[in-house]
Design a protein around this ligand. Structure first.
Ligand code: 4NP
Length: 158
């Protein structure tokens, strides 16, 4: 059975499309591509249709990840379709809780940092949009960490 994972940030042009690309690439390297479906979305819809931010695309490409997602806003059907809806920061987490159509749906909302094993002091993935180069590298370090944790958390397939 596939585990369906949706990453969510604010604009869907920096953190969540990078998480999507990283998880897909790491799943491929671990032979787990068939175990997951992955997508990303933003709580804000103003960047709808855009490719990821060029700064994020170039930082990700230096680590071997090609990011081709087109930005979209979170929609109500996402709460039916996805098994895990993973928020990058507190604001996204709270917005998702407000949008969740049921208590059962809100139990499928997580924070990305819950899956990070090498960043124990971090409670959110910082927004790199107004940051310099180091901001993007920190985000990628955290997303690689969290994506490894997500893959490790998948139950073995029968
Ligand atoms: P993201 O970064 O949430 O990681 O995609 C941002 C992208 C755009 C804006 C803020 C954060 N914005 O204000 O437009």
């Amino acid at each position: 059975m596939k585990t369906r994972i949706l990453f969510v940030c604010l604009g869907n042009i920096c953190r969540s499309p990078a998480a999507e690309g990283i998880l897909r690439a790491k799943a491929g390297l671990s032979g787990l591509s068939e175990r997951i479906e992955v997508d990303s979305a933003g709580t804000y819809g103003g960047h709808r249709g855009e490719l990821p931010d060029p700064r994020m695309r170039s930082a990700a490409s230096r680590r071997g990840y090609a990011l081709t997602h087109r930005a979209r806003q979170v929609r109500e059907e996402d709460f039916e379709r996805f098994d895990r809806i993973i928020a990058m920061d507190d604001m996204n987490y709270e917005t998702l809780h407000r949008l969740a159509p049921s208590r059962e749906a809100s139990r499928r909302i997580f924070r990305m940092t819950e899956f990070c094993r090498r960043h124990p002091d971090r409670t959110y993935v910082p927004d790199p949009y107004y940051e310099g180069h180091e901001g993007f590298e920190l985000v990628l370090d955290m997303l690689e960490d969290g994506c490894e944790g997500i893959l490790a958390s998948l139950t073995p397939d029968e």
